[in-house]
Design a protein around this ligand. Structure first.
Ligand code: GRF
Length: 250
């Protein structure tokens, strides 16, 4: 994260033509089209330099499974890379790893088990209630494996974010990594976008490009994309947070 911020700050001083290919893994000045650094990645747009929010952003997070993106947000906050706090994590699976991470990291967690609701709408009403009770400013879907309805979306207009493991609009929906491998694309990546009623379709806030290596299988590509997700998500929340605060000034 530290590395990304410093590289991204350097990137801010370059003009766009010089920006043909900027690596998050190596010094941009050393880039050449013959360089043998096949794992380099690109995050775009460059985020603002560690924006301060007064008061800090109050976030809600939703997760269904492993929760590594949730933890990446917590770590970015702990490292003062994201000026925010997470007032509540909502999980829909009582046994998920995200819940265990929340306990370890000291983040309050509540379970809204989708099996206990008679419809998607009812579940989303419960989510809105929880997030409203915690007065969150924005909500991050960090691996939420349920389709959300206009009830949740309308409660947080332009304030509901999702992370998806592809360069949207390519490979929406399930198993985006598998779709990318099947399509034999040379570059895939991840996107953070605002949530709209169409699945994986809202305006993109930021993306990270990740090369697909000829040696890649599902596991190796997923792993490299996830590594970039963990950098992209906190940066995207910072970008979104600036938008929220700027909108509040108008
Ligand atoms: C991520 O790959 C994200 O893009 C997708 O679900 C996955 C969640 O991973 N929406 P984790 O639970 O954060 O580890």
């Amino acid at each position: 994260m530290q590395l990304v911020f410093s590289i991204v700050n350097k990137m801010n001083n370059l003009d766009e033509k010089e920006m043909n290919l900027i690596s998050t893994a190596s010094n941009p000045r050393q880039n050449s089209c013959y360089e043998k650094d096949e794992k380099r990645s690109l995050i775009w747009p460059p985020p603002p330099a560690r924006p301060k929010f007064n008061p800090r952003l109050n976030l809600g997070v939703m997760a269904s499974g492993n929760g590594s993106n949730f933890e990446a947000l917590v770590k970015a906050i702990q490292n003062s890379e994201l000026d925010a706090y997470i007032s509540i994590l909502v999980v829909n699976n009582p046994n998920c790893e995200a819940r265990r991470r929340a306990k370890r990291l000291g983040v309050p967690c509540v379970i809204h088990d989708h099996r206990e609701f008679s419809s998607r709408e009812e579940l989303d009403e419960a989510l809105v209630k929880t997030f409203t009770n915690h007065a969150v400013e924005g909500v991050v879907m960090a691996g939420w494996m349920r389709i959300v309805t206009p009830i949740l979306i309308a409660a947080f207009p332009n304030r509901l974010l999702n992370i998806h493991p592809s360069l949207l609009p390519s490979f929406r929906g399930l198993d985006a990594v598998g779709q990318a491998l099947k399509a034999r694309v040379p570059i895939s990546g991840c996107s953070v976008h605002l949530v709209t009623p169409q699945v994986d379709d809202g305006p993109v806030l930021a993306q990270a490009a990740v090369p697909v290596l000829s040696s890649d299988d599902h596991q190796s590509l997923s792993k490299r994309i996830q590594r970039m997700e963990h950098q992209l998500l906190p940066l995207s929340v910072a970008i979104a947070g600036q938008n929220w605060r700027n909108a509040g000034q108008n």
